[in-house]
Design a protein around this ligand. Structure first.
Ligand code: HEM
Length: 130
C-alpha cells in the first residue's frame, strides 16, 4: 500500500519534529526577519498549531479541524501583509526544517510543489508593501 507523506515523515513524532524545526529555523535564521517579526517571542503555541495543521494536511489525523472546526488559513493570516517575499521566507523555513529533520531528497522533491501551492494560497498581497 502507498504511504501518505504523514507516514513517510515518521507519523506523529515526525510531524511534531517538523513543526518544531520549522519555527526553530525561523528563530535562528537572519534572512527571514520579516516573518519572524510577525510572530510572538514565544513560539510554543504556534508550533503546536502548525503540528496539528500539518498532521491533517499531510494525510494523518485531522487534529486542527477537529479542534478549530476549519482548515481555512485565510482568516488567521488576514492581519498580516503576506506578499511573495514573506511567502518565500516561509518556504525557506520549511526547506530548512525538512533538512534539519533529515528528510530524504525524494520526499523533499515530492513536497516542494504542494508546499508552494499552500504558501501561495496564504499570500494576500500581490507585491511587497511600499
Ligand atoms: C506564506 C507565508 C506565511 C506567513 C508569513 C505566515 C505567518 C503566520 C503568522 C504571523 C501567524 C500568527 C501567529 C500567532 O498567532 O502568533 C500564523 C498562523 C498560522 N499559520 Fe501561518 N504563515 C504563512 C503560511 C502558512 C502556511 C503555508 C501554513 C500551513 C501549511 C500556515 C499555518 C498556520 C497556522 C496553522 C496558524 C495558526 C492559525 C490559528 O490561529 O489557528 N501558515 N501564520
Amino acid at each position: 500500500m502507498r504511504q501518505t507523506p504523514y507516514e513517510m515523515l515518521g507519523g506523529e513524532e515526525g510531524i511534531r519534529k517538523l513543526a518544531d524545526a520549522f519555527y526553530d529555523a525561523m528563530d535562528d535564521r537572519t534572512d527571514v526577519q520579516e516573518i519572524r517579526d510577525m510572530h510572538a517571542a514565544n513560539l510554543d503555541e504556534i508550533k503546536e498549531k502548525l503540528f496539528e495543521y500539518l498532521s491533517g494536511w499531510l494525510g494523518g489525523p485531522r487534529l486542527y479541524v477537529e479542534k478549530y472546526k476549519s482548515v481555512c488559513l485565510t482568516e488567521p493570516h488576514a492581519p498580516y501583509a503576506i506578499g511573495p517575499k514573506e511567502r518565500d521566507q516561509w518556504l525557506v523555513c520549511m526547506d530548512d526544517a525538512l533538512e534539519r529533520i533529515g528528510t530524504d531528497d525524494e520526499l523533499k522533491e515530492l513536497l516542494k510543489k504542494p508546499f508552494f501551492m499552500i504558501a501561495d494560497t496564504v499570500r494576500n498581497q500581490e507585491t511587497e508593501a511600499a
